[in-house]
Design a protein around this ligand. Sequence first.
Ligand SMILES: NC(=O)c1ccc[n+]([C@@H]2O[C@H](COP(=O)([O-])OP(=O)(O)OC[C@H]3O[C@@H](n4cnc5c(N)ncnc54)[C@H](OP(=O)(O)O)[C@@H]3O)[C@@H](O)[C@H]2O)c1
Length: 254
Amino acid sequence: MIKVIFLGFGNVNSSLFNALYKTDKITVKQIYSRNYIKFISPFEHIPFTDDISKIEDADIYIIGIPDDAISSFSESLSFQNRLVVHTSGGAAMNVLSSKNRRGVFYPLQTFSKQRKVDFKNIPICIEAENSKDLELLQNLGKLISGNVVEISSEKRAKLHLAAVFVNNFVNHLYEIGSDILKGENLPFELLQPLIAETASKIESLSPEEAQTGPAKRNDKKTIEKHLHLLANSTHKKLYELFTEQLNQKYGKEL
Ligand SMILES: NC(=O)c1ccc[n+]([C@@H]2O[C@H](COP(=O)([O-])OP(=O)(O)OC[C@H]3O[C@@H](n4cnc5c(N)ncnc54)[C@H](OP(=O)(O)O)[C@@H]3O)[C@@H](O)[C@H]2O)c1
């Protein structure tokens, strides 16, 4: 049995808890959060504390709190020489206090508390200071995912950067699409099959092969029309920037 304690209980740690709790190789020894959490059935028996000095003994401590709080929080833990990991893509392993054995357990996915996710295909990027701890993290990861990879802090920072482009920025583009439709009283659902196919087609085509649209086709008339229709100046700038990028990429003069 691997004894796990969750430190912080936001989007990531609550998702990890739901996935790990189901396996019979894990004991969730305790959950720590600054604010009281009322667990509902069947979790009401899970030990909880909001007192950092009452955190118990465990094999792995998983810190799931905002990146800029990880360092000082890990320093404030009262124990030493135990395996403490964070779940961040962007933070290096060494932001953790060196008084404990450090590691990373980064699930490369977008998590929101309101949504249950299936971890089976989620890459779990791990890192540790010694091979025994790495093996323990590997074993923990394998309980929930078929894709556990060792990745250094430097490479993980780049992976996280790429993830911001394909997730956060793309999601912001959905927001822009939604705003444009709202202005015409059109439902966002009209775009959903297109969004689903855009994501699905890159499973069999490269992003370059999958690209279509007026910028790639060098359709000047449509581009001019779109720029004319855009009322929001920031959206206009983004449209121009993307069009310019695509033009450079596909080598057609606009
Ligand atoms: N969300 C994602 O999609 C995602 C994906 C992969 C990795 N990550 C990484 O996972 C980590 C957690 O992200 P998250 O989205 O789960 O965060 P989150 O939902 O915002 O959760 C934050 C948790 O941290 C606690 N917290 C905030 N500041 C704290 C502090 N100074 N000391 C102690 N606890 C504090 C909050 O407790 P209170 O309720 O008391 O404020 C809450 O339980 C981050 O490192 C993030 O980069 C996030």
